[in-house]
Write a protein that binds this ligand. Structure first.
Ligand code: CA
Ligand code: CA
Length: 250
């Protein structure tokens, strides 16, 4: 082997080593990129995950959530607190329209009795029972499911319901009823007939806060002016306020 051959082999080995070095470097470069890419993906997907979680998060009754239910419930609790404290100015600030009995200061005793009653009826209501939440930019209705009450002579179907309306961007309590529904005396009718009638009198399929039966004005109370509305359309006249809310405003 002459010196030229040896040099040639050494040169070749050096070239091969250098090539291997560069190849492994560029490979590690690629693997760097590929490890970075999944990392970005992971952070992307966790962001996606967050944005997917968000609606559920707001749907739950977490203390910091500003879901319609939470905002409405907070308003209702403030209203109850003012009634308990007999703070008429406080009540006036939170209701859409104060009860006629509280408009005149000469009726203050009756007004205060009314405030006590409002607190008494309102404070027993439980937030978790209000499982029906109907809301849009103009109104919120919180309603429990119906409950059946029965004794020897009567059968009833009732639920608690609270109405709110937006007034200049602030939410006002419009009305609440701890016991909205119908009661029928059993008489001679069959259980099936009574059940059917109870459903007819109380169902609110268009979820506008007024029983569909009442919307049709089929049996208005004496002396009552009944505004006929559609039991299938929430906002029959299209002014943005649902039929049940509108009947309370008027
Ligand atoms: Ca209705
Ligand atoms: Ca309307």
């Amino acid at each position: 082997m002459n010196i030229k051959k040896i040099l040639g082999i050494v040169g070749l080995v050096v070239i091969i080593v250098v090539l291997i070095f560069f190849i492994s470097e560029s490979k590690s470069g690629i693997s760097d990129v590929s490890t970075t890419t999944p990392k970005t993906n992971i952070s992307d997907s966790s962001y996606d995950g967050l944005s997917q979680i968000e609606p559920d998060f707001f749907g739950q009754d977490l203390p910091l959530s500003n879901s319609p239910k939470n905002v409405a419930w907070e308003t209702f609790q403030k209203y109850l607190k003012y009634n308990k404290e007999q703070n008429l100015e406080g009540v006036k600030g939170i209701v859409y329209k104060v009860a006629p009995i509280c408009e005149d200061t000469k009726d203050i005793i009756d007004c205060k009795a009314r405030m006590s009653l409002a607190y008494q009826y309102g404070s027993v209501l439980k937030k978790e029972n209000f499982v029906n939440i109907w809301s849009d930019e103009k109104q919120i209705i919180l309603a429990t499911d119906f409950k059946i009450e029965e004794d020897d002579s009567i059968l009833g179907r009732h639920r608690a319901i609270i109405f709110f309306v937006k007034d200049n961007e602030s939410l006002k309590l419009l009305s609440f009823s701890p016991f909205k529904g119908a009661t029928i005396s059993k008489g001679v009718a069959s259980r099936e007939e009574i059940d059917d009638r109870l459903i007819i009198y109380t169902e609110d399929k268009d979820e506008d806060g007024i029983a569909d039966y009442n919307e049709e004005c089929l049996s208005p109370k004496e002396g009552e002016i009944c505004a006929k509305t559609s039991p299938k359309i929430r906002d029959t006249d299209g002014d943005g306020f649902w039929d049940g809310i509108q009947s309370l405003i008027n």
